[in-house]
Unconditional design. Structure first.
Length: 191
C-alpha cells in the first residue's frame, strides 16, 4: 500500500464514502484534532506511569480511532444501498462514557479535594496531560461546530467532554503519584 496517493495535491481530501471536501472543512478539522489528541495520549502512555493508566490510555486511543472514523464518514453515505452501515466498527456508547466516569471516580477517591483551579505543570508527564486536555477541548469545540452543520451522534460529543475531564483528573492523579507540586491558582489581587 502506498502512503502517497497525490489525490490531495489540490487541497481536497476524501471522506469515508468517497465525498471530497476541502482539507480545511470542519469535518476534517474535527477528526484531525481527534488524531492529534490520540498522538498526545500516546506520548503520555510512553511515560513512566502505572500500567493501569497505560492500559486505560490504550483503550481510549482505540475509542478515539472509532470516534475519528465516525467523524470522517459522510453522513449521507454512512449507509450502503443494501441498508448495511458503511462502518463495520463498534460505536461510541454510553458504556464508553461510564468507563471514563468510573476511572475518574476511582482516581478522585485517593486525591485531596480540589479547592482552587490548578496551574498546569509540576512535572513533564503532568504537563503532557494538560496539553492533551486542551487538545481534547479543541476537538470537542470543533465537533460541536460540526454538529451544528451536520448532526453527529450525541455520544461523540459526550465522550469528548468526559475525556477532557478524565485527562484533568489523570493530571491531578499523576501529580499526586509523582509527588509533584500542584500549584493552586490564586488571583494576584487576592494574595
Amino acid at each position: 500500500m502506498k502512503i502517497y496517493t497525490k489525490t490531495g495535491d489540490k487541497g481536497t481530501t476524501a471522506l469515508f464514502g468517497g465525498t471530497r471536501v476541502p482539507k480545511h472543512h470542519i469535518r476534517i478539522e474535527s477528526y484531525g484534532t481527534v488524531d492529534e489528541l490520540n498522538s498526545h495520549l500516546g506520548l503520555i502512555r510512553d511515560q513512566e506511569i502505572d500500567g493501569h493508566y497505560k492500559e486505560t490510555l490504550m483503550h481510549i486511543q482505540d475509542r478515539l480511532f472509532t470516534l475519528g472514523a465516525i467523524l470522517a464518514t459522510d453522513p449521507e453515505k454512512a449507509v450502503l444501498k443494501s441498508g448495511k452501515e458503511r462502518l463495520n466498527i463498534p460505536k461510541i456508547s454510553e458504556a464508553n462514557i461510564t468507563f471514563l466516569e468510573t476511572e475518574m471516580d476511582t482516581m478522585n477517591a485517593s486525591l485531596p479535594p480540589m479547592t482552587h483551579f490548578v496551574l498546569p505543570g509540576g512535572h513533564p508527564t503532568v504537563s503532557y496531560c494538560h496539553i492533551a486536555r486542551c487538545v481534547c477541548r479543541r476537538a470537542e469545540r470543533l465537533a460541536s461546530h460540526l454538529h451544528e452543520v451536520a448532526p453527529i451522534n450525541e455520544y461523540v460529543l459526550m465522550y469528548l467532554n468526559r475525556l477532557s475531564d478524565y485527562l484533568f483528573v489523570l493530571a491531578r492523579k499523576l501529580s499526586y503519584d509523582l509527588h509533584a507540586e500542584e500549584i493552586k491558582w490564586v488571583p494576584e489581587k487576592l494574595k
